[in-house]
Design a protein. Structure first.
Length: 65
């Protein structure tokens, strides 16, 4: 994967530190997945085609050695 980090073009005063938000992410095993979602867990990881069809980036294999 490639990652680019850009300098923030905004001033620190453009941000509102008083109104933040949180996002909680939970990693679960297959038993917990089924209990939470009511669905069978996926049996295979997504393939490159599925990632690109969903609009997600894929690994850049040109930089692998």
């Amino acid at each position: 994967m490639r990652q680019e980090i850009y300098e923030d073009r905004f001033s620190i005063h453009d941000w509102d530190p008083e109104h933040g938000s949180h996002c909680f992410i939970h990693l679960v095993n297959s038993t917990a997945w089924q209990g939470i979602t009511g669905q069978n867990p996926p049996t295979m990881p997504p393939a490159m085609k599925q990632y690109t069809q969903a609009g997600y980036p894929w690994f850049d294999t040109t930089t692998l050695t």
